[in-house]
Design a protein around this ligand. Structure first.
Ligand code: SOE
Length: 398
């Protein structure tokens, strides 16, 4: 474990960092897990305290507080932001609430973690990024929650690319495949409505792979050519809706397919869908450089495939690296080699990295500016798709 010899009683516990979280569904549960475990696994300069959780439904938010270990529950996010025992606001609410909550929290002097995609529109993301820049001058930090950067195998891939093990990159091939919307009887939840989610598979899944492509390569996408499709256009209204029994219109994409070019000239392809039957959470990439290649699949997240093209051809070839060694990113703090990690650990790593950034006053990655740049790519994808795949540049000004 990442523990020093000194016990807490000798050194005194690190100062508390009160966390307030907005939202308590799937992402809220995952983030709660991260806040609960981070200080038990890593030696942290600040100790996260699960101060309060907010949600509109009184019964549900109190149940979530009890289940996930939050000390208090609020039914209005503004009350949560105003609390003196909250120094960091973690936004796990639907995308249409991100901008308002994040800006209010930053202006109230809080640090902010915001789930991806950063916002529903580029304009909102720009407002959020500008608010984060102003807050930074006051010592506050703001991070976008692209948790897959914190899969140890993904972090190790970035390290290998940064060390030049792949040489100049030529191809980046990314897909993120799920199948939970293949059934036309699946209800019309907020994730299928543009006014709440911003976009469909594009923002939900495509945002992750755009972020990873830019993060792993260290480069930005300069433009895209895209197709999007909504295969099921009407869905039953949810049971808890006032109009239950009827049907409503899906206003987002079910799938997005796009190509792009990185600043260096490398070519990148992306596919995001929630209709790939049999694929549950298959975030995959293969990156080919002049000296070697890397391949990854989130459904086997402790593994990274590496082909070193500088080895003699007779013995070269893809080999599997089991990313569970103490020298791999984040792993020293966990279990002995071979004792695998899972999805939830990415949220522990995210909490750890954000706490380190707060304590040391460094800019956390991914920042709101990084989240904004992904938003610009998503907007360019939608514009290109509207024009039947016309190449559309991605602006990069900050
Ligand atoms: C649902 O498709 C979802 O939960 C995404 O919203 C997450 O960002 C992704 O990590 C898993 O799938």
């Amino acid at each position: 474990m990442d523990r020093t010899e000194q016990s807490d009683s000798e050194a005194g516990p690190p100062p508390a960092l009160g966390v307030g979280m907005v939202g308590h569904a799937f992402m809220g549960a995952a983030h709660s897990q991260g806040w609960r475990t981070a200080a038990r696994v890593f030696d942290l300069p600040l100790r996260p305290v699960l101060a309060a959780i907010a949600g509109r439904d009184r019964t549900a938010v109190h149940a979530a507080a009890a289940r996930h270990g939050w000390a208090a529950a609020e039914t209005d996010w503004r009350a949560l932001v105003a609390r003196d025992d909250v120094q960091l606001v973690d936004i796990c609410a639907p995308g249409d609430l991100h901008a308002e909550i994040a800006v209010a929290a930053l202006e109230a002097g809080k640090h902010v973690l915001c789930e991806k995609p950063l916002a529903n529109t580029v304009a909102e993301a720009e407002t959020m990024s500008a608010a984060a820049d102003r807050a930074r001058t006051r010592g506050q930090v703001a991070m976008t929650g692209f948790n897959y950067r914190r899969v140890p195998a993904v972090a190790h891939a970035r390290r290998l690319i940064a060390e030049g093990r792949l040489g100049t990159l030529r191809h980046l091939r990314f897909s993120y495949l799920q199948d939970w919307l293949v059934d036309p009887a699946a209800p019309l939840t907020w994730r299928l409505l543009r006014q709440h989610a911003g976009s469909g598979a594009l923002g939900d899944l495509g945002a992750h792979i755009v972020d990873l492509a830019q993060h792993l390569s260290g480069e930005l996408l300069t433009g895209v050519s895209a197709l999007t499709e909504t295969f099921v256009r009407e869905r039953p209204l949810p049971h808890d809706s006032t109009a239950a029994g009827g049907y409503g219109t899906v206003t987002v994409d079910d799938a997005a397919l796009f190509n792009g070019r990185l600043a260096s000239g490398a070519l990148a392809s992306f596919e995001a869908t929630r209709m790939a039957t049999g694929r549950k959470n298959a975030l995959r990439f293969e990156i080919n450089g002049e000296r070697g290649s890397l391949a990854f699949d989130l459904e086997r997240l402790n593994e990274l495939s590496f082909h070193d093209h500088t080895e003699p051809a007779a013995s070269a070839g893809f080999r599997r690296i089991l990313v569970t060694e103490p020298d791999h990113p984040y792993l020293r703090a966990w279990w002995p080699p071979g004792h695998a990690l899972g999805y939830e650990h990415t949220f522990t790593h995210q909490a750890r990295d954000l706490i380190e950034a707060i304590a040391h006053g460094t800019r956390p990655e991914p920042s709101f500016a990084d989240g904004l740049q992904v938003q610009r790519v998503l907007a360019a994808v939608e514009e290109s798709a509207r024009k039947n795949s016309v190449h559309t540049p991605v602006p990069t000004q900050s």
